[in-house]
Design a protein around this ligand. Structure first.
Ligand code: GDP
Length: 174
C-alpha cells in the first residue's frame, strides 16, 4: 500500500518551557528514539516532522522547539503561527522550572491564538521528584490545560503517547 505523504493533515506542535527541562531531548527522542546526554545548544527555531498513523489515517506531526531564542520577536511570530497545540514543559526534579510556568502561560496568552490546545508536560520523571503530581494536576485544572503527562526523554516513557493523544484531541476538534 502506497500512502501519499503530500496530502496528509499537518499538525504543528510547539514546545516551550525553561532552558534545560528537556525540550530538545523530547523532540529528539520522539524523532529517533534516541537519548543523548550531551545535546549541544541548538540555535534558532528548529522543527522535526514525523508521519504517524492514527485511527483516521496518516497525519504529519511537526514539533517546533524554540532552542532558547524566545527573545527574538520575529522568531516568536513564526513560532506560534498555526500551532494546533503547545506543550509547556517543566522538569519534575526541578521545582523552579514548575514555578516558572506562570510566565510561560502569560507568553501563550499573549502570542498564541485562543483555541490552542495546552498540554502540560513534567519531563525527567526518571529522576527524583521535587514536584508532586497533585501540584501539577491542580495547575492544569486552574489553567485550562487539556492534557497532562509525566515523561522521560531518557527512558522514552510517555513521549509517543503525549504527541499521539494530543493529535487525537486535535482531530476531534476538526
Ligand atoms: P532544553 O534546553 O529544554 O532543550 O533541554 P535539553 O533537551 O537540552 O536537556 C537538558 C539536559 O537534561 C540534558 O543534559 C539532557 O540530557 C537532560 N535530560 C533531558 N531530558 C531528560 C530526562 O527525561 N531524564 C533525564 N535524566 N535527563 C534528561
Amino acid at each position: 500500500l502506497e500512502l501519499s505523504k503530500e496530502k496528509v493533515p499537518l499538525f504543528k506542535f510547539i514546545l516551550i518551557g525553561d532552558q534545560s527541562v528537556g525540550k530538545s531531548s523530547i523532540v529528539k527522542r520522539y524523532k529517533n528514539e534516541e537519548f543523548n546526554y550531551n545535546i549541544k545548544a541548538t540555535i534558532g527555531v528548529e522543527f522535526i516532522k514525523k508521519f504517524v498513523q492514527v485511527d483516521k489515517g496518516l497525519i504529519e506531526i511537526q514539533l517546533w522547539d524554540t532552542a532558547g531564542q524566545e527573545q527574538f520577536r520575529s522568531v516568536i511570530r513564526s513560532f506560534y503561527r498555526g500551532a494546533a497545540a503547545v506543550f509547556i514543559v517543566y522538569s519534575v526534579n526541578l521545582k523552579e522550572s514548575f514555578d516558572q510556568l506562570s510566565i510561560w502561560l502569560n507568553e501563550i496568552e499573549y502570542h498564541a491564538h485562543s483555541e490552542i490546545i495546552k498540554v502540560l508536560v513534567g519531563n525527567k520523571c526518571d529522576l527524583q521528584r521535587e514536584v508532586q503530581k497533585e501540584e501539577a494536576e491542580s495547575l492544569m485544572n486552574n489553567n485550562n490545560f487539556s492534557l497532562f503527562f509525566e515523561t522521560s526523554a531518557k527512558t522514552g516513557e510517555n513521549i509517543d503517547e503525549a504527541f499521539i493523544q494530543t493529535a487525537k484531541l486535535v482531530l476531534l476538534k476538526y
